[in-house]
Design a protein around this ligand. Sequence first.
Ligand SMILES: Nc1nc(=O)c2c([nH]1)NC[C@@H]1CN(c3ccc(C(=O)N[C@@H](CCC(=O)O)C(=O)O)cc3)CN21
Ligand SMILES: CC(C)C(=O)C(=O)O
Ligand SMILES: [Mg+2]
Length: 299
Amino acid sequence: MSLTQPRDAASQPARKVTIQHLLDKKHSHQPITALTAYDYPTARLVDEAGIDIILVGDSLAMTVLGHDNTLAVTVDEMLHHTRAVRRAARSSFLVVDMPFGSYHTGTNDALRNATRFIKESGAEAVKIEGGASRAPLVEQLTQAEIPVVAHIGLTPQSLHRMSGYRVQGRSMAAIDALMTDAAILESAGAVAIVLEGVPREVAARITAASGIPTIGIGAGPDCDGQILVFHDLFQLTFAPHAKFVRTFGDAATLFRQGIEQYQHAVANRTFPSDSESYHLSTEVLTSFYHQETTEPQPI
Ligand SMILES: Nc1nc(=O)c2c([nH]1)NC[C@@H]1CN(c3ccc(C(=O)N[C@@H](CCC(=O)O)C(=O)O)cc3)CN21
Ligand SMILES: CC(C)C(=O)C(=O)O
Ligand SMILES: [Mg+2]
């Protein structure tokens, strides 16, 4: 089926992933699957594969907008991408990253921006980075009926404070802080928690202690679920990979070969072929050529 064709209503999976499904998966020890998507075609593929969670990550700043880090992306840009993903996501639970600056300037701004994501883009939850200091905000968003996914450990929006993308929770003090952050965010109402760039052992302990699902990225195999960046799966990122990235296909090579073949076909005039061209009807064709022969010919 072509991506541009409407989906057959009868072929719709009945399943709509909800927060309750994610909780049930945690408690029945079935791994939760999550992937980022930033546009309609990729979200279609991810949704139709039956991935539980689609995250419109602020990583789109880097993967699709070409920025050096995630800090520059705006609420309006995130909304634009989330709307496209929403049109494709039928069963996956749709989460959007609140971008840097959209929840750091006060509770009212954070509530207003989060409301825009739910109302204007159809996201089902927002994700915010940070530990215990975000708990009051998590509580207020939850009270405003906006589900919140927390994100602790290596938080890319803290790039400058962390002096780079560094694994977090390596010392006993840092481990205790992460454990406390997770517990406080859960109490504040977070519906799930992303653990990024933390040692496997620490992620395992947080997962065991949490009543809400943990979704790991660079946090080892003992989390309740895993998330990766779509473009990293298919070699569509140009920066060196983090250790936690695994490539599951080489779309870059596929694209390069296709582009080269197109280029050659145009250069050799083998594209477009006659059958890829439009033709006049026989009726019009007669007068068309007649007209041509009666036209004054250049000397
Ligand atoms: N394409 C892409 N994939 C991602 O996973 C991702 C983004 N972009 N952009 C936003 C953040 C940035 N991320 C990153 C980027 C680099 C490392 C990294 O190089 N980590 C070091 C860890 C060094 C240490 O031991 O402290 C590594 O070697 O893996 C980690 C996470 C994860 N996120
Ligand atoms: C990698 C995930 C967790 C993320 O925050 C993003 O894609 O922005
Ligand atoms: Mg993010």
